[in-house]
Design a protein around this ligand. Structure first.
Ligand code: ASP
Ligand code: MG
Length: 416
């Protein structure tokens, strides 16, 4: 049994759905769990509808446009008498009731935004059926249990594992199961989401649960590349990549796979393939346990960084107590440190620039330090650097800070 995951870009229009169908029918004899995201930019559009509703503005035109976009896809794929039209309409017609809920923003968000995945899987399921696939539609919320952290549901693994039968029973009757990425349910039956871009993680959850032979994420890139080809046209596709390197890439800011995806797969030694839905004949990248002998330098750009420097105000030095104070403020405000460096009289760290958070951070740190900050900066991380990449990045114009270990070089630069 394999798990396939198709992202929003792969099903953004009718031709995309047909293409996914072609990819799948090449595996007609294999049991598959097929995890699908919302179509195209549907999640953004639903967020926008919610924002309008929260501001008390008229959200109906935006909602109608979104429904119409889905109807256009249906019209291209199905005869107009097909029941899929009514099923999809029912999801959209249910949204005003969700939007009117008197509950916390995060709760309402999950009830609203989860509709994107329910709709996309309904469409793909009916499309595959229409073309005679042996396929079942599964509500992922029957399987994935989370806690009540709306918008960022934490998976309850034990409870989730108890629902394994729901999937295996379907796989005993049908070749394929189509289900949603991104969504789950609390013990109390409330819908949750796993965080933006969480569908990769859903695929890993299903794979782990079912001890799948592998997971394949079908993307709009030919595989995992050693740099963003839009920034470095010389970027190359990795044939193979150890789990550890892939996990570190996501940590440094590469957005090729959702960061939570790797751990459940690595724990169970389930290989992860990243392949191109536009060029399904290419082998893509295989991510797996173990070492890979030669890896080209891996370069990750993380924009919108802010460097914060805390200077002691008298002629004393930075003490452990003061560092303790910095970390307690940082952790209380939920700030993630991407790089840090200290000297005798100052402690500096780099974080994503979120104006509100950084303003509060500076306010609080100013109780004990003279605080300086510098933004917007780009953090460039080069893993497995060689002489050429070292020379290039250490001499970057606009360099603000640099740090290197034996394997990893990081520079913070201005004006990229
Ligand atoms: N549709 C969700 C999002 O756009 C989940 C995903 O795409 O993975 O964030
Ligand atoms: Mg998406």
């Amino acid at each position: 049994m394999q798990v396939f995951k198709f992202g929003g870009a792969s099903v953004r229009e009718a031709e995309g759905v047909r293409n996914v169908g072609r990819i799948l029918f090449a595996y007609a004899d294999e049991p598959l769990v097929i995890v699908v995201s919302a179509m195209g930019k549907t999640t953004d559009a639903l967020e926008h509808v919610l924002a309008l509703s929260v501001r008390g503005e008229d959200y109906r035109p935006a909602l109608n446009t979104l429904h119409q976009n889905h109807r256009d896809i249906l019209l291209a794929l199905f005869p107009t008498t097909h029941p899929v039209f009514a099923e999809v309409a029912a999801y959209f017609d249910g949204l005003p009731a969700h939007l009117a809920l008197k509950a916390s923003y995060d709760f309402v968000y999950d009830q609203v935004v989860s509709v994107g995945e329910l709709v996309s899987t309904t469409i793909l399921f009916h499309y595959l059926r229409l073309h005679h696939a042996s396929v079942a539609w599964l509500d992922a919320r029957r399987v994935i249990r989370t806690d009540g952290t709306f918008r960022e549901g934490k998976v309850r693994w034990k409870e989730t594992e108890k629902n394994r039968n729901v999937v295996t029973d379907l796989l005993a009757q049908y070749k394929w199961v189509v289900t949603q990425g991104f969504i789950g349910r609390t013990e109390k039956g409330e819908t949750t989401t796993l965080g933006r871009d969480g569908s990769d993680f859903s695929a890993a959850i299903f794979a782990s649960l079912l001890a799948a032979a592998s997971v394949t994420i079908w993307k709009d890139v030919p595989g995992v590349m050693n740099a963003d080809p839009k920034r470095l046209p010389s970027a190359v596709v990795f044939d193979q990549l150890p789990f550890r390197e892939a996990a570190e890439m996501t940590y440094y800011g590469a957005n090729v796979i959702h960061p939570k995806t790797i751990k459940p797969l690595a724990n169970r030694q389930i290989p992860l393939f990243v392949r191109s839905f536009a060029q399904p004949d290419l082998p893509g990248t295989r991510i797996r346990e173990g070492r890979v002998d030669f890896l080209p330098p891996l370069i990750v750009f993380k924009d919108n960084q802010c460097l914060i420097s805390c200077k002691v105000t008298d002629y004393s030095f930075v003490t452990e107590e003061q560092l303790g104070f910095v970390f307690s403020v940082v952790s209380r405000l939920g700030i993630k440190i991407n790089l840090m460096q200290n000297s005798a009289i100052s402690f500096s760290f780099c974080t994503d620039y979120d104006e509100q958070k950084v303003t509060r951070l500076i306010e609080e740190l100013s109780q004990q330090f003279e605080v300086y900050y510098n933004t917007p900066l780009t953090l460039i991380t080069v893993k497995n650097y060689d002489a050429a990449t070292q020379a290039k990045y250490q001499r970057m114009p606009g360099l603000v800070l640099e740090q290197s270990s034996r394997s990893t070089l990081q520079v913070l630069v201005r004006g990229l």
